[in-house]
Write a protein that binds this ligand. Structure first.
Ligand code: ATP
Length: 215
């Protein structure tokens, strides 16, 4: 059975925190494929105008071009409208019959999960991997008992049979501790200068300069 992970997000821009997660989870979960899944954003979102999906997609492709198991999915960008994860998950299962599909999120997304449409169904309808993020706690108080029963907290040690279970689970891992944030990088770039160069792959940094993004 193939093991495939999808990592949803804005990736505006992709940074080394995102890439460290992909690389570590491929090893930890024995994944066959790992997909970044950039989200479509309505052009006039109230909070902030996101960078065009074309640019976000291009930066992800540049950042992952040398990783044979890592690809970028156009599934949500192509829809040209905001997609809810519950619908995306149904589509992913239909696209990969017989595979185990893991959905990846960071600790901040886990904390906010109750704001997601049909959040309990989202958590029950696939395997999930929640990765810790510096500065964010992971608690389980905000989810239901049905969800809590699925949790396998790998921070407490790795169960011998991690790869044998065929039941859907919510895995919590602290295998990656990389303190980077797209918001902070955009702020850093907004004065035309990138101080935290080490947080962005060089190809992505060059792309940002060439296309004059975030200034
Ligand atoms: P922002 O700083 O604007 O919130 P971001 O860096 O979180 O951006 P997103 O594209 O919003 O980037 O994140 C996509 C997913 O990656 C989210 O689930 C988020 O929790 C997770 N994530 C991002 N950076 C990290 C990190 N350094 N460690 C763990 N998870 C992260």
């Amino acid at each position: 059975m193939q093991r495939i992970a999808y990592f949803g997000g804005t990736f505006d821009p992709v940074h080394n925190g995102h890439l460290s997660i992909a690389r570590a989870l491929i090893d930890l979960f024995g994944l066959d494929r790992f997909f970044f899944l950039p989200a479509f954003h309505a052009p006039h979102k109230p909070d902030r105008q996101p960078t065009s999906g074309y640019h976000r997609f291009a930066m992800l492709c540049l950042a992952t071009s040398l990783d044979p198991k890592i690809s970028v999915s156009t599934l949500e960008l192509e829809k040209n409208e905001k997609r809810y994860t519950i619908d995306t998950l149904a589509e992913l299962h239909a696209m990969h019959p017989g595979s185990r599909v893991f959905f990846v999120m960071g600790a901040d997304s886990w904390t906010d999960i109750r704001t997601w449409r049909e959040w309990e169904s989202v958590l029950l309808s696939a395997d999930h991997i929640v990765v810790t993020r510096p500065g964010y706690d992971i608690s389980f108080d905000h989810v239901t008992d049905r969800v809590r029963e699925r949790i396998v907290d790998l921070r407490l040690g790795r169960p011998a049979k991690l790869h044998d279970t065929s039941e859907r689970r919510i895995f919590i891992t602290n295998a990656i501790q990389y303190d980077a944030s797209a918001t902070e990088l955009r702020l850093d770039l907004s004065d035309g200068h990138l101080d935290r160069k080490e947080d962005i792959p060089v190809e992505v940094a060059e792309y940002i300069t060439k296309y004059n993004l975030y200034t």
